[in-house]
Design a protein. Structure first.
Length: 205
């Protein structure tokens, strides 16, 4: 359920520019320095800081990594003394993204929900950025365009790829899709290992 208390998503995103400028100034970085480390053009960075460019998830993720902060910190989600993790959804267009981790650096985890209803966009618009991504589908079906590949993923299926390869994803058809995303710095891949439940299980062909 979306938390409607406190500043709305629009007002939260509107204030991102000031925090981006403050983080860059505190780190004594020029726009050119930040452009070199994130792959985002100087003009786009300048417009983000001035508030004339709307921040998107594709822009915020590499900026959060470059500044060594979490996405929550970048959008100034309120901190409390409660040790429980309060998931604060962030809207990006029709999508709802829920940060599942708070620590800066390393792998960051998110849950994304794309609602159903209207026909899914049929014309892909692939993007690139620094990093590595892992997707796991919880519900619904996701269309992933990765380079020359056009793939449809269903519940329980996963995809892993270098985000420097042009990529785009959207729900496949009219039904909603829900998936987990892991983002890591370039070269940091996700590896899953399982131990045998009983002695000798791992030796079976």
């Amino acid at each position: 359920m979306i938390d409607d208390t406190g500043p709305g998503p629009d007002r939260t995103l509107d204030a991102v520019g000031e925090r981006l400028r403050a983080l860059r100034t505190r780190s004594d970085l020029t726009l050119a320095d930040l452009a070199a480390s994130t792959g985002i053009s100087v003009s786009t960075l300048s417009r983000l800081e001035s508030g004339t460019r709307r921040p998107t998830l594709e822009l915020l993720l590499p900026l959060a990594r470059a500044h060594g902060v979490t996405l929550d910190e970048l959008v100034d989600a309120p901190q409390t003394g409660d040790p429980r993790v309060h998931l604060r959804p962030v809207r990006h267009g029709d999508r709802t993204v829920v940060p599942l981790t708070r620590r800066p650096g390393g792998i960051q985890a998110y849950k994304t929900v794309i609602p159903g209803g209207s026909p899914a966009p049929g014309v892909p618009d692939p993007k690139t950025h620094e990093g590595y991504e892992w997707l796991y589908i919880l519900n619904g079906r996701l269309r992933l365009v990765l380079g020359e590949h056009d793939i449809e993923l269903g519940p329980g299926e996963a995809a892993e790829f270098d985000t420097r390869v042009p990529h785009w994803f959207e729900r496949a058809g009219r039904d909603a899709v829900e998936f987990l995303s892991l983002f890591g710095k370039q070269g940091e891949r996700v590896h899953l290992r399982a131990r045998p439940s009983r002695p000798g299980d791992g030796d079976r062909a």
